[in-house]
Design a protein around this ligand. Structure first.
Ligand code: BGC
Ligand code: ZN
Length: 373
């Protein structure tokens, strides 16, 4: 089978390899499933892997199959698989359990291990290939009616986790009744966060750099949220006019904004941080003021990464609600299809250069591409 591979930590090494289809008994006990990959989304993580910033090959290999935002179809099941059958559409979770107590109870996204295993990212092969093998625990079934947006489920799972964690934390307040939320960033994660928060019934203000009109702005406005360009209004001013914000979801990838967001947070508010910032940027902050506001205002700042299968399942439920409330909205995020694994160079180019791209994704099986038209 064809697969897109990199040599981890060496920049610009991507290539198309011919590899054997993984055997279904890679998973012991007759519990393996062979999944045909239909679509794979790519994001900043793939770009950073390509740039050699991080990533690791699985034990015994000197290359890594990348791709962690999968969507596929079950083609073969082992004799002891229950709950999934050939023909089912599935999305695979990304992280696999390590040793910490959090891993042991199924919350591997909360691992305290220093070494973590993530398919397509660290120590495990990913999904930018024609097939992969997995066990049922890590496969989430996508209803046929949502198959056209299945490839967006992994990014959505990350948002579901962030929001659920925030509500879980806020149970400390006994009567928390959030009304206004802000989202920093309007890329895929920012847009899906705005969607998730609108589905929670919150008034949402999204901050992005580019002034409207643009596609991201209309997507925000089409779910009855507010789009503001930070070139036209500062976060502080906007918070005075449209805030204070009970919940803020940060997804810009630009760490100095975290502190601006912290200032814009309401008393008793919660700030969710989701940007992976691998660089070494520094920023000067008004530390006394920030500290004081958090102390006197009982505020919370929380980081969130990855997602376990429960959050993928929440994502499915929210996608169904989104399709019912704003039909076709999710599909509009799928801006840049790349046809075929062999066009992986075009994929990396689109990731790096297509300024109007929301989601770049590879259509691994051509048949599925026509399905989507
Ligand atoms: C993925 C997460 C992963 C994180 C860190 C993100 O791009 O969506 O699942 O945990 O990268 O590796
Ligand atoms: Zn990702």
């Amino acid at each position: 089978m064809k697969a897109v591979c990199i040599t981890p930590k060496v920049p610009h090494t991507a290539c198309l390899s011919e590899l054997p289809v993984p055997p279904i008994d890679e998973v012991p006990g007759g519990r393996g499933l062979l999944v045909q990959v239909l679509q794979v989304g790519v994001d900043g993580t793939d770009r950073e892997l390509y740039e050699g910033e991080y990533g690791a090959a699985p034990e015994g290999y000197d290359f890594l199959i990348i791709g962690h935002e999968s969507f596929g179809k079950v083609v073969e099941v082992g004799p002891n698989v229950t709950g999934l059958a050939p023909g089912d559409y599935v999305v695979a979770t990304v992280r696999r359990p390590g040793d910490s107590i959090y891993d042991q109870i199924g919350t591997y996204d909360m691992t305290t291990d220093d070494t973590y295993y993530e398919r397509g990212i660290n120590l495990l092969h990913g999904f930018l290939a024609e097939y992969y093998v997995e066990e049922p625990e890590y496969l989430v079934k996508v209803p046929t009616g949502l198959k056209h947006v299945g490839v967006l489920l992994e990014p959505m799972s990350v948002i579901e986790k962030g929001i659920e964690q925030a509500y879980e934390i806020q149970r400390r307040l006994k009567v928390w009744r959030p009304r206004r939320a802000a989202v920093m960033g309007s890329g895929t994660i920012g847009l899906l966060a705005a969607l998730g928060l609108r589905l929670c019934g919150l008034e949402v203000t999204s901050f992005a750099r580019t002034p409207k009109p643009n596609l991201n702005a209309s997507l925000v406005e089409d779910i009855e949220a507010r789009y503001l360009s930070t070139r036209e209004i500062s976060v502080g001013e906007a918070a005075e006019r449209y805030g204070p914000f009970d919940l803020i979801f940060e997804a810009t990838g630009y760490s100095p904004l975290v502190f601006e967001a912290a200032h814009a947070l309401a008393k008793n508010g919660v700030l969710i941080l989701s940007s992976i910032t691998g660089g070494d940027r520094r920023a000067e902050v008004e530390s006394d003021r920030l500290n004081l506001e958090f102390v006197l205002g009982n505020k919370v700042m929380v980081g969130t990464v990855n997602a376990h299968r429960g959050y993928f399942e929440r994502g499915i439920a929210d996608f169904a609600r989104a399709e019912a409330t704003w039909p076709g909205w999710l599909s509009r995020l799928l801006t840049h299809p790349i046809r075929g694994l062999e066009n992986y160079e075009e994929m990396f180019r689109a990731l790096a250069e297509a300024r109007d791209a929301i989601k770049v994704y590879v259509v691994v099986s051509e048949e599925q591409y026509h399905d989507n038209l």
